[in-house]
Design a protein around this ligand. Structure first.
Ligand code: DSN
Length: 412
């Protein structure tokens, strides 16, 4: 690379990633093949439109690529192309969710009480910004009816969600989020949606890789629409997929392009294709199961060391720790950990009294470390390391962290 400045920054970032324990639940490490596809000549191609109906010439290879990736996406989640459509063009999760909402939830001319309401998990409960939070455009264009976790168990309370749905009659209900540590019951969500004639959208961005690996139930038997980003547990590049029942897909496709986006990023689509191929290999099933095992061990060990885990624990790839219970704010905890060589993100806990910019907790996930090959033994050690760091004994653990990083290098 002739640009020495950028080259240096890439090198530095590579070193940072290698010498850090990454417990950010939404991050992962892609394979060399995915990096190659991302950096391939597909980056040069404009292909506005869809296969067979483009606004540019020279798209015959791009058409074949997009159709191949669509077929792989449907096959990976065992979906029939007679019933389901998949749009592989969304740049990422936020525009994908916006396209779905614009396509399916009208904003005016509805009977009183049914105007553009969407039900989503409240942000401090583990929901996502694009599920109708007030600061997101989704919260400005539609009215969010937020559902919450039971204050005692910090679990989803399906009876309460049903009551709320019956009272508010939303047009669309979103199941899924960014920081809920327990498996979601999609059958119950569908029953709630059916009771009020709402559309059920499952945002499986976080656990899509676990679904393909058989470590999390599939939402497809119950949902009308399923959105996923491709870069979390699915271990692909930054992009998103929208799966929808055939009767809804035309409007969604139109809203992705030309509604929101212009030319699809064909290089990203190629890389998604490689990720879907990798996720179809038997080794990926083992990976997904190991992610859940590792996360469980990490949470249970931290519990034993005196840390309060939100929702009582985890059976997924992530969990949140109420650090403020031990008098450490989320920011303080994240800063201490980063100084020692561990990266996490700050996270609100349910009914948090502290501000979102310095909430009461942190979120931890084991997907990235599992990609590096770490297993239960390392998780036990990492729990002890975290405990020491948060009790301000940083010096003693820095070397152990560097040893672990060297022992488990990030693949090519
Ligand atoms: N999905 C969020 C996360 O989990 O980190 C980012 O939007």
């Amino acid at each position: 690379m002739r640009d020495r400045k950028i080259k240096k920054l890439i090198k530095r970032e590579q070193t940072r990633q290698n010498k850090t324990l990454n417990l950010i639940a939404s991050e992962n490490f892609v394979s060399g093949d995915i990096l190659n596809a991302l950096g391939s000549v597909f980056v040069n191609k404009y292909a506005e439109g869809y296969p067979g109906a483009r606004y540019y010439s020279g798209t015959e290879v791009a058409d074949e690529l997009e159709e191949l990736v669509q077929a792989r996406a449907l096959r990976l989640f065992q979906l029939s192309s007679k019933k389901w459509n998949v749009n592989v063009q969304p740049y990422s999760g936020s525009p994908a969710n916006l396209a779905i909402l614009l396509a399916l939830v009208p904003r005016g001319n509805l009977p009183a009480g049914r105007q553009g309401k969407i039900m989503g998990m409240r942000l401090d409960m583990g929901g996502h910004l694009t599920h109708g939070y007030k600061a997101s455009v989704t919260g400005k264009l539609w009215r969010q009816i937020p559902y919450v976790l039971d204050p005692k168990t910090e679990l989803l309370d399906y009876d309460e969600i049903l009551k709320l749905a019956k009272k508010e009659k939303p047009k669309l209900i979103i199941a899924g989020g960014s920081a809920y540590s327990k498996v979601i019951d999609f059958k119950k969500f569908r029953e709630i949606a059916d009771a009020v004639e709402a559309i059920l959208l499952v945002d499986m961005s976080h656990f899509a890789g676990l679904v393909t690996g058989g470590a999390y139930p599939s939402p497809f038997p119950h949902a009308h629409v399923v959105m996923t980003t491709t870069h979390k547990t699915l271990r692909g590049p930054r992009a998103a997929l929208i799966f929808s029942k055939k009767e809804l897909s035309k409007n969604i496709d139109r809203m992705v392009f030309p509604g929101i986006q212009g030319g699809p990023h064909m290089n990203a689509i190629a890389a998604v294709g490689v990720a879907l191929y990798e996720a179809s290999l038997p080794s990926f099933k083992k990976y997904a199961k190991q992610v859940v095992k590792n996360t469980y061990i990490l949470a249970e060990e931290l519990k034993k060391l005196g840390w309060r885990i939100i929702s009582g624990g985890t059976n997924t790839h992530l969990f949140n720790v109420d650090t403020f219970k031990n008098s450490i704010s989320g920011n303080e905890a994240a800063d201490l950990l980063e100084k020692a060589g561990i990266v996490v993100n700050i996270e609100a806990i349910p009914y948090d009294l502290r501000p979102p910019k310095d909430p009461s907790g942190i979120r931890l996930g084991a997907a990235a470390l599992t990609t590096r090959g770490m297993k239960e033994k390392e998780m036990r050690l990492i729990a002890q390391i975290i405990d020491k760091i948060l009790r301000k004994q940083i010096k003693e653990v820095k070397e152990v962290i560097q040893k672990l990083c060297a022992q488990f290098p990030i693949g090519e």
